[in-house]
Design a protein around this ligand. Structure first.
Ligand code: SF4
Length: 379
């Protein structure tokens, strides 16, 4: 893995993003932001799942005002997701949000962006410049308020990454140029609490856009593959795209976008980071896929253990193995491991045989051992 790109650190509330801070996982609520109770409840569930920063949609003034109460009732930093109307950003700042996301594709009036930046600067609130393929400005219309409609703006006719001929203006160019336009405004006002995202559904385009901008600016990146899909396809697509960038040392905070319960976004994000060993502060599950040799229902056991480990916040490696082929080796290598056999299983703790249990007691016994290791780590 390449060395991490050096970025200018900033704080979103009390969470550091960029610099040498660990890559953080964020998500977005799927409730109506005006429904404070439902939104607060969802944020608390996401925090429990490991979400470190949350973003809420701000479709209107009522939502922008509701952010104040949401902020009062929650702990993790709150980002206001702003499109079209800069007044919503100004109200979100008054509501006390910890960061703004502005879309340079649909707030293109320089004066309005400046008004927001000055207010954010006075409050020392960072701004994410969120470029998204689905809402890019018209081709030739970056920073121009009147233009073609999205249906005739020329964006979809631009060649994607890899399809562009030498010197041909591509979607990647348009995404990067759009980001640079807004970065220029913020910098001209001596504002450097900047985070950037350049998201597309197309992995090649997204990766290329981030790589290109990484060499041009010092600001931290929020990574994401936009509209990635359902839990399964979207997680895979996100893991590929985000994985390529993170492996390159690019990325400071991530959001996995899934058409599912937002907690799935958090679990997937954490798994991506754990897989790359960018986060080592939570449990890792090693589980064999099971096969004709397995004597117990490993699939059920692995999924039960996975669910229970989500409540544990310590870096414990747990192995769930179906038989004596790879079982003892992996089980001994983990902090806690189980190697199943005919109707019973051997449990290992810290490489040593701890006990032999009946199949019916495997889950309980394994989790007891996990808690013992957790207690040792906390001691
Ligand atoms: S550990 Fe045993 S049960 Fe699991 S996949 Fe390997 S051979 Fe099959």
């Amino acid at each position: 893995m390449r060395k991490r790109r050096i970025t200018k650190a900033l704080n979103v509330g009390d969470v550091k993003v960029g610099g040498d801070a660990p890559v953080t996982v964020q998500s977005m609520t799927k409730t109506d932001t005006r429904d404070v109770k439902a939104t607060v409840e969802q944020i608390k569930g996401l925090e429990e799942a490991g979400c470190e920063i949350i973003r809420c949609a701000v479709p209107d003034m009522e939502a922008a005002k509701a952010l104040a109460e949401i902020k009062r009732q929650t702990r993790i930093p709150l980002i206001a997701d702003i499109h079209f109307h800069h007044q919503l950003a100004l109200q979100a700042l008054k509501s006390g949000v910890d960061c703004l996301r502005l879309n340079p594709g649909n707030i293109r009036d320089r004066a309005k962006v400046e008004e927001v930046v000055l207010e954010a600067k006075a409050r020392q609130v960072p701004i994410r410049i969120g470029v998204n393929f689905g809402s890019l400005p018209p081709v030739g219309g970056i920073g121009i308020t009147r233009g073609l409609s999205r249906h005739t703006d020329g964006v979809n006719a631009l060649p994607k990454a890899g399809d562009a001929a030498e010197g041909e203006y591509s979607v990647v160019d348009h995404m990067v140029e759009t980001g640079l336009w807004e970065i220029g405004i913020l910098e001209s006002l001596d504002f450097d609490l900047i985070k950037i995202s350049l998201k597309a559904f197309d992995i090649d385009t997204t990766v290329e856009a981030y790589r290109r901008l990484a060499d041009m600016v010092p600001y931290p990146f929020h990574l994401g593959i936009t509209e990635a899909g359902t839990a399964k396809s979207g997680s895979i697509r996100s893991a590929i795209g985000l994985g390529m960038l993170l492996y390159d040392g690019i990325g400071d905070t991530i959001r996995v976008s899934l058409s599912d319960d937002p907690r799935e976004e958090v679990y997937t994000g954490l798994e991506i980071l754990k897989g790359l060993e960018l986060r080592k502060d939570s449990p890792v599950l090693v589980a064999c896929p099971s096969c004709g040799r397995a004597d117990v229902d490993i699939r059920q056991l692995a999924n039960d253990v996975d669910g229970m480990l989500r409540k544990i916040k310590s870096p414990i490696k747990v192995a769930v193995m179906g038989c004596e082929v790879n079982g003892p080796g992996e089980a001994k290598d983990a902090d806690v491991g189980i190697a199943a056999g005919a109707g019973r299983a051997i449990i290992f703790r810290k490489g040593k045989k701890s006990r032999i249990v009946a199949e019916a007691d495997m889950l309980t016994a394994l989790m007891e051992e996990v808690r013992l290791v957790e207690a040792e780590l906390e001691a």
